[in-house]
Write a protein that binds this ligand. Structure first.
Ligand SMILES: NC(=O)c1ccc[n+]([C@@H]2O[C@H](COP(=O)([O-])OP(=O)(O)OC[C@H]3O[C@@H](n4cnc5c(N)ncnc54)[C@H](O)[C@@H]3O)[C@@H](O)[C@H]2O)c1
Length: 321
């Protein structure tokens, strides 16, 4: 089987690509290795993938239309699209990045699938699509029309674009609404990395909305297992369910304060908390209803936040030394 995986030097992309490579499938990976965060970290992730003979890499920008020709030449059976500008906060400072990569880039991926005969496109959406809403638990059944950031808006647009391509060209598309993914090799712009670094280096820990926030944190191994099951298990019956959307979360809301306490415990150090106001574009809480994922794929997340934080802190200490 041949795969195209975009964003393969990214956090989730590297983990997913490695698991697929281990199975002996051929992977063509794309990434720009942009400097939104440490390119050193991205290159180190790439080194892990380069050990596999069945891996090849193109340093390529998906917003470049020429990617469609590469798809046509390579003819992937499946595409896992994870490249994106991912931060909510950066989308306020640099909105054009989100239109170029997340919207135009996504169109190129859809066109690539259309013209190469790719059978299944699995792509990253986000819990950010839920935006402003009164529900405590977010379900795929809700109609989402109120994203709070351009990032959320770009991911919601991707789902709409995918629907039209599934409908017009019979491409199977599965959108995954990830809920705060964390774990080893994680992103330095995300809370767990920022908090761990601040506590370890005894620096002030920036805590938005004075910590009155909670998140459904999803450990990377659970995310990878979900993607693999969705990838390998066939549930589509003739023409039915060709367009799908799933929440990928743990289904458990964790208070940010409890999350910090667990990091402190693992590092054996106290945080120096610096309270800050709520950030524009952010939501106060997120909690995924994951019953659809269980119904279709029997997927149940395994890793508790306590074990997940331990695994992350062990990796962080090793990596930063
Ligand atoms: N990590 C999370 O908690 C989370 C939550 C919700 C959604 N997501 C989505 O999951 C996907 C993967 O997220 P991640 O955490 O691994 O992010 P990441 O930033 O680590 O990975 C994205 C990768 O895409 C690459 N990239 C960006 N623009 C590109 C372009 N124009 N062409 C080619 N490559 C480009 C980046 O260099 C990066 O390596 C993203 O689509 C993100 O929006 C992630």
């Amino acid at each position: 089987m041949k795969y195209i995986i975009t964003g393969c030097a990214g956090f989730i992309g590297m983990h997913v690509a490695e698991e697929i490579l281990k199975k002996g499938d051929k992977v063509l990976g794309f990434d720009t290795l942009n400097n939104y965060y440490s390119t050193k970290l991205k290159k180190k992730r790439l080194q892990i993938l380069r050990k596999y003979k069945n891996f090849s890499f193109h340093k390529f920008d998906i917003s470049n239309k020429k990617i469609i020709n590469i798809f046509s030449k390579f003819r992937p059976h499946k595409t896992i699209h994870l490249a994106a500008f991912a931060g909510v906060r950066h989308s306020i400072k640099k909105p054009h990045d989100y239109i170029n990569t997340n919207i135009l880039g996504f169109l190129n991926i859809l066109e690539g699938c259309r013209h190469s005969g790719c059978k299944h496109l699995i792509y990253a959406s986000s819990s950010s699509v839920y935006g402003l809403n009164d529900n405590k638990i977010f379900s795929e059944k809700q109609i989402c029309t109120t994203p709070l950031s351009l990032y959320g808006a770009s991911k919601l647009s991707n789902e709409h674009m995918a629907h039209s391509y599934s409908h017009l060209f019979k491409i199977q598309t599965t959108g995954l609404r990830f809920f705060t993914v964390y774990g080893p090799w994680g992103r330095p712009d995300m809370a767990l990395y920022i908090f761990t670094e601040a506590i370890q280096k005894r620096k002030p820990l920036p805590l938005f909305n004075s910590g009155k926030m909670s998140r459904d944190f999803t450990f990377i191994e659970d995310v990878v297992q979900s993607i693999l099951k969705i990838n390998y298990k066939k549930i589509i019956k003739k023409g039915k369910g060709i367009f799908k959307i799933y929440n990928i979360g743990r289904g458990e809301e964790i208070k940010l304060i409890d999350f910090i306490k667990e990091i402190e415990k693992n590092l054996g150090k106290k945080a120096k908390i610096k309270n800050l106001p709520m950030q524009a574009g952010d939501v106060k809480s997120s909690n995924a209803n994951i019953s659809n994922l269980f119904k279709d794929y029997k997927i149940k997340p395994k890793i508790s936040y306590k074990l997940g934080i331990k695994k992350f802190v062990d990796w962080y200490l090793d990596y930063s030394n």
